[in-house]
Design a protein around this ligand. Sequence first.
Ligand code: FES
Length: 162
Amino acid sequence: MSDEGSTPVKNEKLERILASFSGERSELIPILQRVQEEFGYLPEEVMKRIADFTRTPECTVFGVATFYAQFRLTPTGKKIIRVCRGTACHVRGSAKVLAEVEKRLGIRAGETTPDLEYTLETVACIGACALAPTMTIGGKTYGKMTTKKVAEVLGDYDRSAK
Ligand code: FES
């Protein structure tokens, strides 16, 4: 049976989070942050429920979520790969490193693999310029990257062969 026009579905985890807020519109950003911490991103249904809870128009909630770069509207992979594109890394060949990671994962920067294993991002500098070019996987830093080293750190994960 269709549930068109119904109120947003209630999710136990979400309700637990909302219970720690009073429902003021001024709490919108802290609520979105808390929810993203829990869910990894902001699912559409969840944002509708947050709009309802804070008595804020849905378009305002979606507007806030899309305005701030910290918020994600799509799920992230289990591991986040960040390839540094800062100046020091750039002059030492980070474009090639990024291209190799994209080829192996079969996605572009900003995307997540369909199996939700990896999300690929670029960053401006991770503060390890002496090791340029750098990348991180799940928070672990890898320095002096080459296309060959990308193959090593990604191991068998190779979408380019499929
Ligand atoms: S520019 Fe890449 S670590 Fe600083």
